[in-house]
Structure formats: C-alpha cells, structure tokens
Ligand binder design. Structure first.
Ligand code: BGC
Length: 529
C-alpha cells in the first residue's frame, strides 16, 4: 500500500490541470508576439525566408540531408507533381564523439562523406558522369550548373537565418555540443566540405525540420486546406507556422519575396518560458536541468520531448528506490511477489546512469493493459536488468510513466492551441467549418500510445478552442517530412536563384508537365527547371 500511496503522491505533482493549461496558452501567445517584435526573446520566432507553402503539384528531383538527432539521413526525392513522391534514403548513426567534437569541421566532413557515399550508391550514373566531366574540364569548378544537385539541408537546431541558404547557429540542443560551430554559417560549413570532395551538390536551402514537416504536409495533405503548423514531438520538440508578414515587426536582414504577404516562422518553442513563469517545475525537472549540457535553456523541451521524458522518469524511480519507507523493486521474501520470486536489479542496470532509461519503455508501459503487465515486466528485464518485478512495482512504474507522458501531451496542446489561435482560422468566416491542418512527426506522436488523444483532450478545454474547435483541428503524421520538405524548399530556392517571385516560380513548376525520368542522359536535370 505504501508504494501505491507514494506513487500517487508523486503523480499528483505531474498534474497540469485545465486552468494551468489555459494560463500557459496565454503566456505562449504573449511570448510569440514578443519574439516577432524583437531578437533575444524566449521564443526566438525565427524568420525562415520561406514565403509560400506548396500545393502538391510541384515536380523535380532533389537531394536532402537531415541532421537533427541521433541519425544523419541523406535522401533524394522525386516529387511527382500529383501530391505523391518517391524517397530513397540512407541513414547512419552520428558517432557520439562527433556530437561533441572539438571542431565543426570534423562533424561536417563526416556529413559530406555520407553524401558522397549516397551518390555513389544511389545515383551512380550521375556521379560517374560528373567525375568523368570533371576530369575533362580545365577547371574543376567549371561544371555546368544544371548538372548540380540542389540540396535542402535540414538542420534541426536553432539557427539565425539570414537567407534561404544562409544561417548561423545560435546554440546546440539535444546533447550536441561543439562550441566552435556556434555563430558560424552552417550551410557554408557543409558546402566547404562538399567542395573538398568535388561533389556535384549545391546547398540550396537551409531548413529546420519543423519547416520541412510543414512543407511536406502541405504538399501531400488532402483537400484545399493549407497546413498551418508543422511540429516535431520526437527527440526534441519545436513548431513552425505560417505568419502574416505584417505581424513580423523585427527587422529582417536578408532579401525575401513579399508577394504572398506571409512567411514561415520557426518558433523554437523548445525554449518557451525558460524563465519558468508558467511551466511546471517538480524536483525531478530541476535535477534533470541541473545535470544537462544546457541548464536554464530549452525548459519546455525538457518537459515535453522524447530525449527527456525517460530521464525525468528515471530520476523519479531512483528517488523511490532510495526511499526507505517504500518497498519498490524489492521484496521482503518471495511471498510478497505475485510471481513468487524476489526482485533483483543488476548492479550494471542502466537505471543508475544518466539517460539510462529510454523513453520507448514508457510507450510499452502505456500500451500494456494486461492484468499482469507481463509485457512491461518483460521489458523491465530486457532494457533495465530488473528481474522478477512484482505486479505492484510494475503498476507503480506504469502510473508514474503515464503521469510524465500525460503532462508532456498537455503541454504540447499549449503550443498547438496558441498557434492555432494566432492564425485566427477558428473564427475566420472564410474558413468556416474547414479543418485546421497540422503536420506532425517524431517518435512521441508516432509511437507513444494515446499521445494525440491526450493532446485533443486538453485542446477541448482551452478557451477559444473548446470541443468544437478541437474537432476541427486535424493533426496528421507527416512521416519523413523533413526530407521531403527540404527538397520542396530547395525547389523554392531554385526559383529565387532565377529571381522569380515564389508564387510565380511555384506556378511555373506546377504548369510544367515535365517528367524528369525521361530527360536525355546528357542533359539530365537535377532541378525542375
Ligand atoms: C531544436 C529545434 C528542432 C527540434 C526538433 C530542438 O531541440 O532546437 O530546432 O526543430 O529540436 O528536432
């Protein structure tokens, strides 16, 4: 009983009731406005220089790379122009030592090498033609522009963007820490390494994964409703939305097209309320932050995203294990364990190490509704070296994991609601009864059972949204959104190179019924023009 009562006492500290949710939405809206007005606000509200979203008719063959979490992905994307696409990709884990390398060059050289390998494997013809051409040219730089792949670079960290393919790193997140890169143009860092390998690739666009998700969802989402928000709930969390240019009050450095009257804004909402005015702050949140690589920063992300939820839970469990008045993962003798054994935790269990509890086990806990919680108990063994956990232990684990996950979902609803309210679409008569489309990606929304349901439950309680509004909000997965989206932005960038307005260029592409797969060998184009 003591264990159950103690678990209940802890879970109550993770409750984030409707009043708190509403208060947080108001604060989110305030911080959004502040970020649109000045630099240095908690919500960075970064202008992306992307001024139009696609409608599914765009065509062409593009490349994209994606750096933003544990893996680096290289892909090529054939946009078919009928809301469909074909994606080919390779994926490699980023070696831990490169995430904290001494120099940026070490990391970016590794990325360029992966691009070379991808071209050799998947675009051998193009690659070899290029090498042949290069050998016969007097100058290695002299190859024709149309033979060069336009590459969208998804770089999912806060970047001060000053143009569609230019931006300096503000800070690292998600466990990366290479101080040498901060303040540098990440596109130039990648292009330099690509050029050292003489690859036929031009970094044409710099894209945050949320912006990519927004673009990808717009390209493939059904119906005439355009997508208003792209969001990631994965290792990290963030959102990008379409904002009216008239609301963007802070000065913009680079050039951009004003014809659509809109621009995509990367909110960098992971840093919402770093000052902790409205965010919950339990002793375990405090301990996690203190031991992190970036204390005081990304405070919302540290309560919402996959990289951190497992660690919050782990810290809670460690406190329970240390509590002499409860019997958690220990038995007086085999009679107190429903499987008639005694629980053992291996001394080498990763539960004793920072980041040692993978958030994925929280999904297992949420999904296991069997009377004996046998699946969860099996995972405790496999993943954490906790043998013969009793049913009461597994129940406490499940309740605590649920509390941490539910709080994350309710906090996620805060950001979604604030942005939906900001777009004004819920009350716009021109938009009456239309769905409000949101594209999401990331392990939490994809794999954590009921995460979206818990978001919807909170949305329905938010002033200005309510049941009716929540029913109109359509949250759909945009799988691999960042790669496809980066390709779409590389396409927009190609239009900018031609000095055309985005709307005109998208229009030209949409009306061009050209199938790239039939382009003659010698003139094989890698952009849609
Ligand atoms: C980064 C964002 C990114 C998000 C999701 C955060 O840590 O700051 O730029 O969009 O993770 O990957």
């Amino acid at each position: 009983m003591a264990l159950e009562a103690e678990a209940a006492r802890i879970t109550s500290q993770f409750e984030f009731g409707d009043d708190l949710v509403n208060k947080a939405v108001k604060e989110f809206q305030r911080q959004m406005t502040e970020g649109l007005e000045k630099d240095g606000a908690s919500l960075s509200q970064i202008p992306t220089y992307v001024t139009a979203v696609p409608n599914g008719t765009e065509k062409g063959l593009y490349m994209a790379v994606d750096l933003g979490g544990t893996n680096f992905r290289v892909c090529s994307i054939q946009l078919n122009g009928d809301t469909t696409f074909n994606l080919t990709f390779s994926k490699v884990a980023i070696p831990r030592e490169l995430m904290v390398a001494k120099t940026a060059q070490e990391l970016f050289a590794f990325l360029a090498k992966q691009i070379e390998l991808f071209l050799q494997t998947h675009h051998e013809d193009h690659f070899e033609q290029h090498v042949r051409r290069r050998m016969t040219m007097s100058s290695p730089e002299g190859f024709k522009d149309e033979h060069v792949f336009r590459l969208g670079f998804t770089f999912s960290f806060p970047v001060q963007q000053v143009g569609i393919n230019k931006g300096t790193l503000i800070r690292w997140t998600k466990g990366f820490d290479i101080p040498d890169a901060v303040g540098k143009d990440v596109c130039a860092l990648l292009q330099d390494e690509i050029d050292k390998l003489h690859l036929p690739v031009k970094v044409a666009a710099l894209v945050n994964d949320t912006v990519g998700t927004l673009m990808a969802r717009s390209y493939s989402s059904p119906g005439k409703t355009s997508t208003v928000l792209g969001a990631i709930f994965g290792t990290g969390t963030n959102g990008a939305y379409v904002e009216k240019l008239s609301n963007l009050k802070k000065p913009l450095e680079g050039e951009y097209d004003t014809s659509t009257g809109e621009m995509v804004i990367n909110t960098e909402w992971g840093s919402f309320d770093n000052q902790l005015g409205v965010l919950p702050n339990t002793p375990w949140d405090i301990a996690l932050d203190k031991a992190s690589t970036n204390p005081g920063i990304q405070m919302y992300e540290k309560r919402v995203s996959g990289m951190f939820l497992g660690e919050i839970l782990r810290l809670v469990l460690i406190d329970l294990l240390k509590n002499p008045s409860v019997s958690f993962f220990k038995d007086e003798n085999s009679s107190s364990n429903d499987w008639k054994s005694t629980t053992n935790i291996l001394a080498s269990s990763s539960i004793y190490q920072q980041w040692g509890l993978d958030t994925a086990i929280m999904s297992v806990a949420a999904a296991d509704n069997t009377p004996e919680l046998a699946t969860l108990r099996g995972e405790l063994e496999k993943q954490l070296g906790i043998y013969s956990a009793g049913l009461d232990d597994a129940q406490a684990f499940k309740a605590l994991a649920y509390a941490v996950g539910r709080r994350a979902a309710r906090l996620s609803a805060v950001a979604i609601a604030a942005i939906v309210l900001q777009t004004g679409k819920l009350t716009d008569p021109a938009n009456k009864d239309e769905p409000i489309d949101i594209g999401v990606d990331g392990s939490l929304v994809e794999h954590y059972p009921y995460f979206r349901d818990m978001i919807y439950e909170a949305l329905a309680k938010i002033d200005g949204v309510g049941e009716e509004g929540a029913n109109r909000i359509r949250i759909g997965i945009a799988k691999d959104g960042s790669g496809v989206g980066a390709a779409l932005i590389a396409l927009v960038a190609a239009g900018m190179e031609k000095n055309m307005s985005t709307a005109d260029y998208l229009g030209e592409l949409r009306s061009t019924a050209r199938n790239l797969s039939t382009v003659p060998e010698d003139t094989e184009a890698t952009t849609a023009d």
